[in-house]
Design a binder for this molecule. Structure first.
Ligand SMILES: CC(C)(COP(=O)(O)OP(=O)(O)OC[C@H]1O[C@@H](n2cnc3c(N)ncnc32)[C@H](O)[C@@H]1OP(=O)(O)O)[C@@H](O)C(=O)NCCC(=O)NCCS
Length: 387
């Protein structure tokens, strides 16, 4: 008998008010608002408030929220020292997972009121960015840069990474990237965050589990793999043979395909345009190479499997970050810097939803296909009797 529901595809497991995807129409909605409107009109901070609170903030609410985010940017000195003791070539996602988890050792992890969870969410959002920027300085033997309260979230992160206030156009592009990555319903990392929260573990623990899930190449890790692919291809003339060879061998092309979107991922649309603009500004070849990867994969997929395939969020974000001079191995951590607000919104919803009776400790059923020696079980043989 075939196991049903492998990978839980299409299985409804909880109610949510945080976001919705229409995979057929290619729409992504955060708390009722279309992502395309948010990228045109909003900022990461405003979007973060919306995701956490279910409505757009008034001016006063936004000012207070931004002030709290700025105040939460510092990480403890001891944490910086501990980071300095890590191997400098450690994977930044492993480092991020460990230090987000460690936040519980410095801050109150009490998680019993909805109000106090908002402060924890703010702590997480601000400190995740600081941890990554600080780690990038530490591993390169550079001084950590203190946050700048005159800068917003996107600009401050770039400043803490590079030590210079960013060009406003670059800051805006990065802010849009953060809005686009902030939330995406029950993707692997968000589901993990909710699963951990459903056990009543605290928010730092749930977020650190989500970071582990995000690190895999079939999830957030794909944007790093996309950039490796682009560098390996190196030249627009080489795209076709490279993609054909991989696809004929049955390998997956990173940045293409999606478990939910059956049409163009709306985030990829925006990122494609940003990548095109940035390539025009910098004169780099990566946009054109990426576009050729897209068209070649689409035509090969049609030829080999008769199926449609579209770019996902990772295809164009990889070259975009590369052109922003962000080290490749920080592509996935930057995804985390943004997605942390989505995780926090879901963790709070899982724990405090008005629909509380509809959430429960997750406990799916496994189908046992292991050893079977009859109803009494297998006979235990002591070590000397085993061959
Ligand atoms: C995201 C992903 C895991 C979704 O996979 P999925 O839900 O299993 O996709 P589907 O079931 O619709 O795949 C249908 C077919 O397309 C193929 N396919 C899907 N994505 C592909 C890709 N990126 N490259 C080549 N073939 C791909 C599958 O192998 C499958 O072939 P089969 O029917 O012969 O088995 C998959 O598209 C993938 O691995 N993409 C690359 C990794 C990536 O970019 N991840 C980031 C996601 S945001």
């Amino acid at each position: 008998m075939e196991t049903k529901n492998i990978g839980l595809r299409g299985i409804e497991v909880a109610d949510t008010k945080v976001s919705n995807i229409d995979g057929e129409k290619g729409k992504l909605i955060y708390r009722g608002y279309d992502i395309l409107d948010l990228t045109k009109n909003s900022t990461y901070e405003e979007t973060a408030y919306l995701l956490l609170h279910d409505n757009l903030p008034t001016k006063q609410q936004l000012d207070e929220f931004k002030t709290k985010l700025k105040e939460a940017r510092f990480i403890p000195k001891q944490m910086q020292i501990n980071m300095g003791n890590w191997r400098k070539d450690a994977d930044p996602m492993d480092m991020l997972q460990a230090f987000v988890s460690a936040l519980a050792g410095y801050y109150d992890e009490e998680f019993s009121s909805k109000e106090s969870s908002y402060d924890k969410a703010i702590n997480l959002i601000s400190k995740t960015a600081t941890i990554i920027a600080s780690w990038n300085r530490i591993r390169n033997g550079l001084e950590i840069i203190d946050p700048d309260p005159s800068l917003d979230h996107a600009g401050n992160f770039l400043y803490m990474m590079f030590g210079e206030k960013p060009d406003p156009e670059i800051e805006k592009i990065f802010d849009i990237c953060l809005i686009l990555h902030a939330e995406h319903t029950f993707n692997a990392s968000t589901f993990i965050a909710r699963q951990v929260a459903s056990t009543r573990a605290h928010m730092y623990s749930a977020a650190s589990a989500a970071i582990g899930a995000l690190s895999g190449e079939l999830h957030g890790g794909a944007n790093y793999e996309v950039m490796r692919m682009l560098l390996d291809i190196g030249d627009i003339e080489k795209v076709e043979p490279w993609i054909k060879e991989k696809m004929e061998k049955g390998e997956r092309i990173m940045g293409m395909g999606h478990a939910v979107y059956k049409t163009y991922d709306p985030r990829a649309q925006v990122l494609k345009e940003l990548s095109r603009k940035l390539a025009e500004k910098t004169g780099e070849p990566w946009y054109k190479i990426t576009e050729k990867v897209e068209t070649t994969t689409i035509s090969e997929m049609k030829k080999l499997k008769g199926k449609d395939i579209y770019p996902n969020v990772d295809l164009y974000s990889a070259s975009l970050y590369y052109m922003l001079k962000i080290p490749m191995d920080l592509n996935t951590p930057i995804f985390a810097i943004s997605r942390v607000v989505g995780w926090a919104a879901h963790i709070i919803e899982e724990k405090f939803a008005e629909a509380a009776p509809k959430t429960a400790l997750y406990r799916p059923k496994a189908v046992y296909v292991g050893k079977y020696c009859g109803p009494e079980g297998c006979e235990y043989k002591t070590l000397d009797l085993r061959k």
